[in-house]
Design a protein around this ligand. Structure first.
Ligand SMILES: Cc1cc2nc3c(=O)[nH]c(=O)nc-3n(C[C@H](O)[C@H](O)[C@H](O)COP(=O)(O)OP(=O)(O)OC[C@H]3O[C@@H](n4cnc5c(N)ncnc54)[C@H](O)[C@@H]3O)c2cc1C
Length: 238
């Protein structure tokens, strides 16, 4: 079997207790957290990650602002914009850093993934279009403006390497900003147990075989820690 020493209790609480656990196998499902690239002004109150904006909107019904800008990269920006609109925030723009050629190049080598996700993408794109929320590619928030809190952003066109193109800057009035550039798996537990990780185009993930087995005997992994594919895929792997 496997022997583990675990600490049990609420995160950061004083009364956490250490327990020794013996089991036939261990399943690691430590998930991922969202990433945001910093820009000047990103520490102002009113700026959150896209994941935090999504969690507040979907779980608590709270909008991070009255006029919100969503900026970053990846398909996650679309459901975030929709959730913000559903809780009453005016989403003044969604800015996707990658241009159309880069977005297409990202999907084309994996048409099977696109087949699964295209319908979802179109649903979200339709939801944005119905609410007249502008979705712009090849653009990003390059600066957050405000004294003491968010009062606006500067948006610029980007080149293929995500460098702002001089002369394209434009100010957008808003009181909240959601920044999201994908997700990164929480690898600490897997690395502590000696599991091998693999690199793919989206980052480093725990390597698993067809039965979700890691490279360490009796240690399995499931969910986002093995690859970013959303909640449905994470549930299916359980
Ligand atoms: C902020 C945010 C918003 C999201 N919004 C959506 C959405 O709207 N729709 C959607 O389909 N998907 C969304 N996702 C993705 C979705 O949450 C994941 O696909 C799904 O939850 C992955 O399940 P999981 O079991 O792999 O990990 P999780 O559900 O993330 O669970 C991992 C758990 O492991 C714990 N953990 C991590 N490391 C350790 C450790 N070392 N020791 C002990 N415990 C540990 C964590 O505290 C957490 O409780 C969102 C993700 C994030 C981060």
């Amino acid at each position: 079997g496997v022997r583990l020493r675990a600490v049990v209790g609420a995160a950061d609480a004083d009364a956490r207790t250490a327990v020794d656990v013996e089991a036939d196998a261990v399943v690691l499902a430590t998930g991922a957290h969202d990433l945001a690239l910093p820009v000047p002004g990103w520490t102002l109150p009113g700026v959150t990650t896209a994941g935090a904006a999504q969690a507040l909107a979907k779980r608590d019904g709270v909008a991070i602002g009255r006029r919100t800008v969503v900026s970053g990269a990846g398909p996650f920006l679309l459901p975030v914009a929709r959730s913000l609109a559903l809780v009453g925030s005016e989403v003044v723009g969604v800015y996707e850093a990658s241009g159309i050629p880069a977005l297409a190049a990202g999907w084309l080598p994996r048409p099977w993934e696109l087949a699964g996700k295209a319908g979802e993408f179109l649903d979200y794109a339709g939801a944005l279009a119905r609410r007249r929320i502008p979705y712009r590619t090849g653009r990003a928030v390059v600066r957050v403006l405000g004294e003491g809190r968010v009062e606006g952003v500067v948006v610029a066109a980007l080149d293929a390497e995500w460098r702002p193109i001089a002369g394209t800057e434009r100010e957008v009035d808003c009181d909240a900003v959601a920044l999201g550039h994908g997700f990164t798996p929480r690898l600490e537990a897997a690395l502590a147990l000696g599991c091998a990780v693999r690199d793919d185009h989206r980052g480093r993930f725990v390597a698993v075989d067809d039965a979700q087995g890691t490279t360490v005997a009796r240690v399995f992994a499931a969910g986002e820690v093995t690859g970013i594919a959303g909640a449905d895929a994470a549930l299916a792997e359980r």
